[in-house]
Design a protein around this ligand. Sequence first.
Ligand code: ATP
Ligand code: MG
Ligand code: MG
Length: 370
Amino acid sequence: RARIGIIGGGQLGRMSAVAAARLGYEVHILSDSEASPASETAARLTVGSYDDPTSLEEFARSCDVITFEFENISAAGLKHLASFCPVRPSGHILEISQDRIAEKKMLGTHGLPVAPWKEVASPDDLKALPSFGFPCILKTTRFGYDGKGQFRLPDEAAFQDLLQRADSLPYPLVAEQHIDFAREISVMVVRGLDGTVRCFDVAENHHRQGILRVSVAPAPIMPELAQKAQALAATLAEKLDLVGIMGVELFEGTDGSLLVNEIAPRPHNSGHWTMNACLVDQFEMHIRAVAGLSLPPARRHSDAYMHNLIGPDDMALLPEILREENASIHLYGKEEARPGRKMGHVNRIFPRGGLPGDMVLSHYQPELDS
Ligand code: ATP
Ligand code: MG
Ligand code: MG
């Protein structure tokens, strides 16, 4: 049996491993912890560091192809592994996605629109920020997720406050103009070894305290806008020579314009709805691409409302959710439901066009987007 190696032990690895096992592959997981969500789904588990060249190399020798579910691994290490076995997506793509500045430059090079931005490499750059303008958001260039490592600067006063601790900030940072978007949307795009590109339908995403809370598919947007978002994601997949799946996060402006927020070359939380609303979901598509299999159209047979189960409060709702008719529950096998921790998700599934109106949109906005 062919062996697929997955670097990372989180829920994305767990769900990818299940998809790979279903396709008949032997799954090897490299995780930094014995008791991670992906561990119990692996035929073989290697516990080791994501940065240590020897443990990466040893892992690569036990696999026929390697992918990753986690972005904070050494891109240099991953590139090196390519001399032992194919790595999909490539270490090069990972390297770009790990660095917001490299990411924005790449997007600009390919003519894709991003929010106006400026590199803030030092306290002196920070002092010059008023010329860039407010409101803006300062983000760490590396290791940020779930909105961690962000500083919101609504106005000059907030900026003056931040200046007090200018010397202790984690440079380099990137300043982005605050976008007054109508909606956040995302596209999951997958590209096969033969160059076939497939895009899942566009999802609308809502966050709470920086963490994805709800994804609704299809996003209730004009078909032209959805096509534009998918075309943009497909272009990116081709320009990057992607093999595997990638999440593309976008902002829809109030005037119907699109800006790319960031990319994630891996399965993505905003694509979990595909698990119950598509015949072939994001994880199977990803594994098919990584394994060099053909990619069927990314067809959606149902409407979906994906709700993350975050922390103890959401886990307390489980008995109630279990009694729902349309809810498919996916738990990640995590022991401790700490606040803010993604424990699982629920896909509420409806016939096409049958998503209840109050689930569609702005109804949830006040509660969610805070
Ligand atoms: P993720 O968990 O998606 O990787 P992250 O920490 O990488 O999150 P971003 O996706 O860049 O961070 O930002 C998190 C959220 O903050 C976005 O989904 C959006 O709601 C908001 N946000 C980010 N950048 C901007 C911006 N320029 N203007 C307005 N809102 C923004
Ligand atoms: Mg991110
Ligand atoms: Mg994001």
